[in-house]
Design a protein. Structure first.
Length: 333
């Protein structure tokens, strides 16, 4: 029984091993939904396990046992969790709760600010151009949401690339990509071992928007060129877009702006890109043929089996731990 308490806490560390294969090889929309769901399940299982550990420690406290009408001697004989373990779990659960509450508070404030900013932008309609020489473009959530593009970004792109840019940002807005990113952020706040899934979902929503833009403009090479040029243009621009916004430049981290390895048509993802940043990988994916929406032969089966085993183990262990504590507290229940 003791193992049941701890496996859901550490198993999420394995999620990072399967996140990238799914992010790279699955159709981006399917990958986004799958990885977000995995993050929610693993975060929920680890939270339940921490809660069970805390309860297992609390029932060993004489005052709590009296208030709960439990036999303290019977509890101490059947409870494998020490007070030290329960105290550590209490610290971790408190830290996770505080981090999650703070994140939700910041996100709600950011969404309200974004909605207010979207409502105050000039002109009616979804698409707004602001007079700013710094290249920038992003989708601003709100009611209604707005696609904001600076004059500097428009100047950096030609007419066809601007079409890609607008289609990309509209995909972010209409598919509510911010929700997926926010949910995985919340899961990572509950269990920091899930941060790799957070990064994977931030990548797949960009790929989702890239593929939508490529379909709209009908030219994958043009879409790849627009993504690369927009990212390069925004590389040295000051960050002015709100925290809630998603833009075509995506995650601008070190290595994201290196020249994509191989610029020929038919480039396979992963060829020379194993250590590349997200933007070169997105460009390479657009230069390759699109991933079919339904592709049972292309699913990474080994990572899929590993993921199923990971989810099943975490869920079963969390439920088993909670059930054992229930039997301990109510042996006749």
């Amino acid at each position: 029984m003791h193992l049941f308490f701890y496996l859901p806490l550490v198993l999420p560390a394995l999620a990072g091993l399967v996140a990238r294969p799914f992010a790279e090889r699955l159709e981006p929309r399917a990958a986004t939904w799958l990885l977000t769901g995995v993050a929610v399940v693993l975060a929920g299982a680890s939270t339940v396990a921490l809660g069970v550990l805390v309860v297992a420690g609390l029932i060993r406290v004489p005052l709590v046992a009296v208030l709960g009408h439990w036999s303290l001697s019977a509890v101490q004989r059947g409870d494998p969790v020490s007070l030290l373990e329960a105290a550590g779990a209490s610290v971790l659960l408190t830290a996770a709760t505080v981090a999650a509450v703070r994140l939700v508070w910041r996100r709600v404030r950011a969404l309200l600010a974004a909605g207010s900013e979207a409502a105050c932008l000039p002109r009616a309609g979804e698409y707004v151009v602001v007079d700013d020489p710094a290249p920038d473009a992003y989708a601003l959530p709100g009611m209604p949401g707005r696609v904001v593009v600076s004059s500097g970004m428009l100047a950096a792109l030609d007419e066809g690339e601007r079409e890609v840019l607008i289609a990309h940002e509209r995909a972010h807005l209409r598919a509510h990509h911010y929700v997926f990113v926010a949910v995985t952020h919340l899961a990572a706040a509950a269990n920091p071992l899930l941060r790799s899934l957070n990064g994977a979902v931030a990548y797949t929503v960009e790929r989702w928007a890239d593929e939508h833009a490529a379909r709209v403009c009908g030219d994958r090479r043009r879409a790849a060129r627009a993504v690369g040029k927009a990212a390069l243009a925004a590389k040295h621009a000051p960050a002015r877009n709100p925290a809630t916004a998603l833009g075509i430049a995506g995650l601008l981290r070190r290595g994201a702006h290196r020249r994509p390895a191989g610029s020929r048509s038919g480039l396979r993802q992963g060829d020379g890109l194993r250590g590349a940043g997200p933007v070169p990988r997105r460009v390479a994916a657009l230069l390759a043929p699109p991933v079919p929406t339904v592709m049972p032969w292309g699913v990474p089966w080994l990572p899929l089996l590993a993921l199923c085993a990971l989810l099943a183990s975490s869920g079963v262990c969390a439920v088993a731990a909670a059930h054992d504590i229930h039997l301990l507290l109510d042996p006749n229940g």
